[in-house]
Design a protein. Structure first.
Length: 385
C-alpha cells in the first residue's frame, strides 16, 4: 500500500536533509511513497513540487521574527489547511522550529489531521530552553535526532525519539577531488586558497560583509598569492558576486551544490559564518575560524538563556574551543585578521584543529553499512505504518 509524506523545509540545511530522506524513502519503497509539501531546489531534484518558495519561511533571530509575524502566521495557517486537505500519512517537519512547531501545534489542536507528525533535527534543549522537551512531546509523534546524546532528553517525556545520525557522514570524503577542482578553476599551484562563507541567509551576508571583507583585504596585504573560494547558494549568488566584485583579490564563486564539497575541501583555511557550514568544514578537516553577528536584542536574550559555552557545533561536541569563535562585538576585522594570521603563520595551530576534527569524525559515525538517510527513511515508514 502506498504512503504519502508531507515535508516542510525552510532553509538550505533542511533542503539537503529533506532531499537525502526522499532518496532514502525511494530506495526502500520505490514509487510506493508520494511526496508533497514545501522544500528547496535539492528536494525539487528529487521530485518535490514546493507549494511556495522555501525561503519565504526562513526568518532568523528573536527580534527579526517580530516584524515578519503577520506574514508568517498567514503562511502557517495556509500550510495547516493544506495538510488537512491532502491528508498525508506522515508530516515531516525539518528543523526551523519556530515555524514548524506552530504548524504541529495547530494540527493537533484542530484535530482534523489524523496522521503522524515527525520532526527532523532535535531542538537544542541541551543548550537553552530545556522545558521545550516536555512541551513538544505533547504535539509531536516522533523526533529524529542527529546526535547520539539527544534522544534521552525527549524520551523521558514519552516522545518517540530516535538517533538517525548526521547526514555529513554520507559524504564520501575519499572521493573528493580538491586538486582537480583547483585545476578546473585555473588556480595556480602554490596559491593560498581562503574559503569565505557568508552563511545561507541574506541577513547574515549583510551583517558579516564588512568585517569579512576588511579581513580579506588585510590578509591580501600579507599574502599576494591569496585566492578566494566562496561557495554559496544560487539564491545568494548575485549578492555575493556584487560584494566580492569590489575587492582586488581573485575570487571563485561556487553556486553549484554538486561542486560544494570539492570546493570546501580545496580550501587551505576558511573564514566562515557560524552554522552548518562550519561543521561541514570541520568534518572535511579544513582549519578555520567563525564569526557571527545577530541583532543586538536577539544576542542579549540568547546571552541570558543559552547554557553552552560554545556556538560552533564541533566545539560543543568536543567540549573544547578547537575553532576560535568571534561573535557579536568580537566579530571585528581586527580580531578576525589576527586569528587568521595566527592560523596561517603557525602550522601547529592547523595541525591541532585537524587532529580534533579527526576525533569529531569518529564521534559522528554510525554502525557498518548504515546511513542516516536510510535510518531516517525506516523511521518515517515505521511511523506511517
Amino acid at each position: 500500500m502506498s504512503k504519502s509524506v508531507f515535508f516542510i523545509a525552510g532553509e538550505a540545511s533542511g533542503d539537503s536533509l529533506g532531499a537525502s530522506l526522499i532518496r532514502g524513502l525511494k530506495k526502500r519503497e520505490g514509487d510506493l511513497v508520494r511526496f508533497s509539501g514545501i522544500g528547496g531546489p535539492l528536494m525539487g531534484e528529487q521530485g518535490l513540487k514546493s507549494l511556495f518558495p522555501m525561503d519565504d519561511l526562513c526568518v532568523m533571530g528573536l527580534w527579526e521574527v517580530i516584524w515578519q509575524l503577520p506574514r508568517l502566521l498567514r503562511l502557517i495557517q495556509g500550510t495547516v489547511e493544506e495538510i488537512e486537505k491532502c491528508a498525508p500519512d506522515v508530516v515531516v517537519t525539518i528543523d526551523l522550529p519556530d515555524f514548524n512547531f506552530e504548524v504541529a501545534q495547530r494540527l493537533k489542536k484542530r484535530g482534523i489531521f489524523k496522521g503522524k507528525i515527525v520532526h527532523y533535527v532535535a531542538p537544542s534543549v541541551w543548550a537553552w530552553r530545556s522545558g521545550r522537551a516536555k512541551k513538544i512531546a505533547g504535539y509531536l509523534d516522533g523526533l529524529m535526532c542527529l546526535f547520539p546524546f539527544e534522544p534521552a532528553y525527549f524520551s523521558e517525556h514519552g516522545l518517540d525519539a530516535a538517533y538517525v545520525g548526521h547526514p555529513l557522514i554520507e559524504v564520501d570524503t575519499a572521493a573528493l577531488d580538491p586538486k582537480g577542482f583547483r585545476e578546473d578553476l585555473h588556480i595556480q599551484d602554490g596559491a593560498l586558497c581562503l574559503g569565505v562563507l557568508f552563511g545561507s541567509r541574506e541577513r547574515e551576508l549583510r551583517s558579516l560583509s564588512k568585517p569579512f571583507l576588511e579581513t580579506i583585504g588585510a590578509l591580501h596585504e600579507q599574502y599576494e598569492n591569496l585566492q578566494l573560494i566562496a561557495p554559496t547558494l544560487p539564491s545568494l549568488e548575485y549578492n555575493v558576486t556584487n560584494l566580492l566584485s569590489g575587492i582586488d583579490v581573485p575570487c571563485n564563486i561556487v553556486k553549484d551544490q554538486n561542486s560544494k564539497w570539492d570546493a570546501l575541501a580545496s580550501c587551505d583555511v576558511a573564514l566562515a559564518a557560524s552554522g552548518t557550514v562550519a561543521l561541514e568544514l570541520s568534518y572535511l578537516g579544513v582549519p578555520h575560524i567563525i564569526g557571527y553577528k545577530a541583532h543586538p536584542l536577539t544576542a542579549l536574550i540568547l546571552k541570558l538563556v543559552v547554557k553552552t559555552k560554545y556556538a560552533h557545533l564541533a566545539n560543543i561536541l568536543l567540549n573544547e574551543e578547537v575553532v576560535p569563535e568571534y561573535l557579536q562585538t568580537k566579530c571585528s576585522a581586527g580580531k578576525l585578521t589576527r586569528a587568521m594570521m595566527r592560523l596561517l603563520r603557525y602550522p601547529e595551530e592547523q595541525v591541532k584543529q585537524k587532529q580534533a576534527f579527526a576525533r569529531l569524525h569518529e564521534k559522528l559515525q554510525l554502525g557498518v553499512g548504515e546511513t542516516p538517510s536510510e535510518r531516517a527513511a525506516a523511521y518515517v515508514l515505521r511511523m506511517a505504518a
